[in-house]
Design a protein around this ligand. Structure first.
Ligand SMILES: [Zn+2]
Length: 292
């Protein structure tokens, strides 16, 4: 599975090539218009070459040799650039996004977040993380005021996930969690929002539905196991009677528990129903999990 970092790096690589091409084009155009400037630059280059040759021939030579000529040429060049209103950095690569300085990330306090210039890459990463069906769910909708119904556990779950996210940013070890609540209580909404927030901070967060495990290839399952943060939605204990799902889930939970990675199982059943209805090994793992 491709992570947000890999999408950003691909764009940065092509951006780097573009910057180089732009710079070369700018230099050619400027020299074409101002041959005098090209002459000065070539002379400076020549002096530098000579200096290096002399240094190589005789190590005791002063590196400042002929610097007077070079300094005069540099002063002439600076004056020429100023008089002709040429940007002094015309022969250097220009940054494309000033906001992130072409790193793809901006810092917000201690947390790095994906820069707005990487909007498309962020969407691609959401899709790769299993969030393709939730294009319209935006983390900005996750306002505490939007949690109106005191009868469901959304506020509690939100609070817990906020502390999990804070812990993940600090690199603290994490464990697994069961989030059980009735139908239509916003469990999926909250799960998607939190996964998107973490991807937006450069983390490898993944969202899957339990039944998705059935059709996943070994390498896809490996991606799920290794994710920094994992949500398994629509957990139904009866599905764990499928050998394939139970085997995949057991491996995921085991690996993530050993490696202290966060996993949240989201379900409509109560935790006790889930334990009693699940395949034996899955049930044993569920019975040790913290519950919301
Ligand atoms: Zn940027």
């Amino acid at each position: 599975m491709r992570t947000i970092d890999s999408f950003i790096n691909e764009t940065l690589n092509s951006r780097q090539v573009q910057k180089q091409i732009d710079m070369e084009g700018r230099i050619d155009k400027t020299y074409e218009k101002y041959p005098e400037l090209q002459e000065i630059d070539e002379k400076i280059l020549e002096i530098r070459k000579e200096k290096i040759m002399k240094l190589l021939e005789n190590e005791s030579s002063s590196p400042d040799l002929e610097s007077k000529d070079e300094n005069e040429l540099k002063a002439k060049r600076a004056k020429f650039l100023k008089n002709n209103c040429i940007a002094p950095e015309f022969d250097q690569e220009w940054v494309i996004c000033e906001k992130c300085n072409d790193t793809g990330y901006v810092k917000k306090g201690n947390i790095r977040t994906v820069c707005s210039c990487m909007k498309d890459e962020l969407e691609d990463a959401f899709k790769a993380a299993g969030l393709g069906d939730f294009k319209n769910i935006k983390p900005s909708l996750m306002d505490p005021k939007a949690i109106k119904n005191p009868k469901n556990k959304r506020a509690e779950a939100r609070k817990k996930l906020d502390s999990v996210m804070a812990g993940i940013f600090k690199g603290e070890p994490q464990s697994s969690l069961i989030y059980s609540d009735g139908a239509q209580t916003g469990k999926t909404f909250l799960s998607v929002c939190v996964t998107k927030i973490l991807i937006g901070c450069g983390l490898n967060a993944v969202y899957v539905k339990l039944e998705d495990l059935y059709d996943m290839s070994e390498s896809e399952l490996e991606d799920v196991r290794y994710a920094d943060f994992l949500i398994i939605d629509d957990f139904i204990s009866s599905s764990t009677k499928s050998f394939k799902i139970a085997a995949a889930l057991n491996r995921i939970l085991e690996f993530r528990s050993i490696n202290e990675k966060f996993t949240m199982l989201v379900m409509g059943e109560s935790p006790s129903e889930a334990v009693s209805g699940s395949e034996e090994r899955v049930a044993a793992k569920l019975s040790h999990m913290e519950c919301i």
